[in-house]
Design a protein around this ligand. Structure first.
Ligand SMILES: Cc1cc2nc3c(=O)[nH]c(=O)nc-3n(C[C@H](O)[C@H](O)[C@H](O)COP(=O)(O)O)c2cc1C
Length: 185
């Protein structure tokens, strides 16, 4: 038996990210969990139009995606509680820049991607920003044989409607492999 819940989005958990943009000449960071992979080279962000950060993304056509680890949980939550309209959130972090000079990144986050805005989808209350990844930076400490090791990254996973933060569990199977047992013939 199943209970019909209505039209509820249950596509959780999602990775929690810190998106960086230059707003009015200053770096600002916003916590965003509604992120997506459009294809391997492009990401999407679902951001309410009321946020301070949206203007910076529209003005400069750049943003960064920073992946915090569980060690940055308080700073990550703070950037989702407080608006850059009222506080200098960038002061919490060691900020650096890559090739795009208007996509501020957070040194404390183990993974950083700088992105160029390629499309904005105009929903009634949200902007969906689609960005092409121009460069990715990773702390050496989260690499295993030169590849990002998410067990080392320790990303923060987010769930609605309980508003929970979760840790990554164990890897339990190999993709494009475990299902081969069901291929007949
Ligand atoms: C865990 C978490 C996830 C969030 N995810 C989103 C999101 O996906 N989209 C969104 O529009 N706001 C999201 N928010 C809300 C914004 O981060 C928050 O309103 C922020 O203070 C806006 O900052 P700004 O005004 O400096 O841009 C989230 C907040 C938290 C705590």
């Amino acid at each position: 038996m199943k209970t019909e819940l209505g039209a509820k989005n249950c596509l959780y958990p999602m990775p929690t990210t810190l998106i960086g943009a230059t707003v009015d000449g200053s770096p600002n960071f916003i916590t965003i969990a509604h992120v997506g992979i459009m294809d391997l080279g492009d990401v999407s962000l679902g951001m309410a139009k009321t946020h301070h950060t949206n203007r910076g993304i529209k003005d400069h056509k750049t943003f960064s995606v920073n992946v915090p680890s569980t060690a940055q949980i308080k700073e990550t939550d703070y950037c989702g509680l407080v608006s850059g309209k009222r506080a200098n959130k960038a002061g919490l972090f060691d900020v650096f820049y890559g090739t795009l000079k208007t996509a501020p990144m957070i040194a404390e986050c183990p993974i950083n991607m700088e992105c160029k805005l390629v499309k904005t989808v105009d929903f009634p209350k949200h902007d969906v920003f689609v960005g092409e990844i121009i460069a990715t930076y990773a702390d050496d400490s989260v690499l295993t044989d030169g590849i990002v090791d998410f067990a080392k990254v320790q990303p923060i996973l987010f769930t609605m409607p309980d508003q929970g933060y979760w840790k990554l569990g164990e890897k339990f199977a190999k993709a494009w492999s475990i299902g081969k047992d069901l291929i007949k013939g």
